[in-house]
Design a protein around this ligand. Sequence first.
Ligand SMILES: [Zn+2]
Length: 252
Amino acid sequence: MNRLTRFGLTFQTLPDQLGEAAPHMRDAYLTPEDLDLLVESDGEKVLKRILLHHLSVCPACHAVGGFLLDALAAGEIGEDLNGFSIDIYRSRLHAPALWKEFEASGTQQWKMVVANDDRFSSWGLAELLCQRSVELATDEPAAALATAELAVDVGMRVYEWDPDGWVQLLRGLVWAHLGYARQRFGDFSGALQALSKADEIWGPAIANYGDVLGYEARFLALSHATMTHDSANRSSDGPMPPLVCFPAETDG
Ligand SMILES: [Zn+2]
């Protein structure tokens, strides 16, 4: 299965949006130097730029790959078209639609849904659930807890994408969110257990890879909030550092 069909989803961008994202690609025509490079050593780099240019001028190809221009315009990927960045972008793009499917069913069904449908083993969905659980923590701690539990279920099922091992950062992060949600729910010993699990996964991963996914500020804030709170001072958290920027929802 290739990257673009990995999620079993098709992606359509409306034709009237053609060329609006990354408009400079419309004029990124083949140059004589490109032609030399294409037939010599740097062919791959030139090919990728020509792909982006083509997507910005051809409606039929744009319907399949136009999301790459959106990702480029959003700064989520570079012109090198790194496959991992594209995978993450796509999974963030589709996460809101997957979350809607959960919202339609009761929390008691959530575990079964995740276990029986690979579409939900989604990196972006795990991040989105983390974000939701933090947003719910103050006013709806029970819902926040159910959402954080689901984030762990999803995050632990996300398979090892390239580069190997970065998924451990995601897994540490989902456990840290569960710790925080348990703490807010009043389950203090459960919170510390989840935090301990989070540290166990996170520690080696952050030492190996560094903060490649930009999760560290969030992880540290969650750890701090979980460790330092008791039932008497629950409302003294500052704002949580942002997790990730999710692409705008589309009709696709
Ligand atoms: Zn075309």
